[in-house]
Design a protein around this ligand. Structure first.
Ligand code: EPU
Length: 431
């Protein structure tokens, strides 16, 4: 069992390059299945969600060649329609994207109910609503989602819930359907736009991605493309939070500053300096921060995927901060861990109230999900003393080389292989 050991208190300095966006690439790679020719996808992050996605595609028969560290060539023509079983689907949420893409290409798909971060209830009713509107029969049997259609025909779909996943699946299933599909109340996240841009570069006819209404006119064929994935908004935001927490001064390169604005605005508000350049931001921490209010919202609001990391920064901001999570039922599982480090946080339902303390103190803590792990890293970097962060496989799902990138910024962090300490519960049982 690997853990990060972080000795906090070092002000981060220097430059860091942000990798390709996890939530874009996990949609774009399966989307190449819709192509009738090989595709080259660039700026791929080296994270475990990408490894799993490529492994699934390879097992289905796609020819996959790594052209360099961040570029992959995918020939989807030999790919066969196979079921994606529980042992794969439990590893990541984005296996649901194989539903849209396999349905689009083969008119049938069989994928086990997905896993991913435990953030509370995560239904897939809007995905299924969309597939049935396009003409698919959907049933869930023995934990498998089974889709079958004689043909797919465009339709008008209104999402009751603004959903990134359902919007992406809707686009993928509609790209080769007959006629026009109109998705209303669509998600506007940068990765939705990136997927649509990638499919358009393959010859799809999608307009409106990035707005509430996306129109997709079905095409018969898609050709090959060379497409570069956008930089990761949340990885960049996490480094911004780390610079703030350590009172550092870092240049974060290969970013789209517009995507970072909701994060930048909150950091400015609490007293962090942020300078924007064409494709970089410099973050300069201050000595004293003031508390603020945060409410997570769909894009262009404050991203839920930055809520834990920003809360970690607010643990040492003067006064009270109020953080409202409006996307997921249960995204405060990291709070108990921050409390181990001395944070003063109370949670009631979807609202956390953070009373700023002078300084956090290092402690053994455990990642409960991907962004929770990132928040603990941010907190540990700013804390006095040493923290051991367990269950870092969550972090490695979505951050490329986190430890090395932080070390290059001067952080005192290393990865150690060690078995987990015996938990209190286990000890009690042993007695
Ligand atoms: N929802 C439904 N029905 C559905 C789909 C979603 O009620 O059919 C609800 C969810 O329960 C949630 C809300 O709608 O309350 C938003 O969920 P959404 O579908 O937008 O989330 P997702 O597609 O499952 C993606 C990202 C998440 C990110 C969310 C919100 C990927 C692979 N995952 O999840 O990323 O938090 O959008 O922006 O793109 C992460 O990267 O750490 C992460 C969790």
């Amino acid at each position: 069992m690997e853990k990060y050991v972080i000795k906090g208190g070092v002000k981060l300095s220097g430059e860091v390059n942000v990798s390709g966006a996890k939530n874009a690439v996990v949609a774009i790679l399966p989307a190449t299945i819709l192509s009738d020719e090989p595709c080259v996808i660039e700026n791929i992050p080296n994270i475990s969600d990408v490894t799993i996605t490529l492994q699934i595609m390879r097992e289905m028969g796609a020819k996959i060649r790594l052209l360099n560290k961040t570029t992959v060539e995918i020939d989807p023509r030999p790919l066969m329609n196979m079921s994606i079983p529980y042992d794969k689907a439990k590893l990541m949420r984005a296996t649901t994207y194989f539903l849209g893409t396999l349905l689009g290409r083969f008119h049938s798909a069989h994928v086990s109910m997905p896993g991913g971060c435990n953030l509370g209830d995560r239904p897939i009713d809007q995905h299924l609503k969309c597939f049935s509107a396009l003409g698919a029969q959907c049933e869930i049997d023995g934990g498998m989602i089974n889709l079958r259609a004689d043909k797919l025909v465009g339709n008008q779909i209104f999402f009751d819930k603004n959903s990134v996943g359902a919007t992406i699946n809707g686009i993928m299933a509609a790209v080769k359907a007959e006629g026009l599909t109109v998705i209303e109340n669509a998600a506007k996240e940068p990765h939705v736009v990136d997927l649509a841009n990638c499919l358009n570069s393959m010859g799809a006819d999608i307009i409106g991605a990035g707005t509430d209404v996306i129109k997709i006119r079905g095409v018969r064929e898609l050709h090959g493309t060379t497409y570069s994935v956008i930089p990761d908004q949340i990885e960049a935001g996490t480094f911004m939070a780390a610079a703030a927490a350590t009172r550092g001064n870092i240049l974060i390169k290969n970013v789209i500053p517009k995507h970072l604005e909701p994060i930048t605005n909150k950091l400015l508000k609490i007293g962090v300096q942020v300078e924007q350049y064409d494709d970089a931001v410099r973050v300069i921490g201050g000595e004293n921060y003031v508390g603020t209010t945060i409410k997570t919202q769909p894009h262009p609001g404050f991203p839920t995927d930055m809520q834990p990391q920003m809360s970690a920064v607010l643990t040492c901001a003067k006064g009270a901060s109020m953080v409202t999570e409006s996307i997921f039922d249960n995204r405060f599982r990291y709070v108990d861990e921050l409390r181990r480090m001395g944070a003063n946080i109370s949670v009631e339902g979807r609202v956390a109230v953070i009373e700023g303390v002078e300084r956090l103190k290092g402690a053994p803590v455990k990642s409960t999900d991907l962004r929770a792990g990132a928040a603990l890293i941010v907190a540990a970097l700013g804390a006095e003393g040493t923290s051991d962060i367990y269950d870092i496989f969550h972090v490695e799902r979505g951050y490329e080389n986190m430890e090395m990138k932080l070390r290059n910024l001067g952080a005192n962090i290393c990865k150690v292989d060690e078995t987990e300490p015996v938990s209190d519960d286990a000890e009690k049982k042993a007695i």
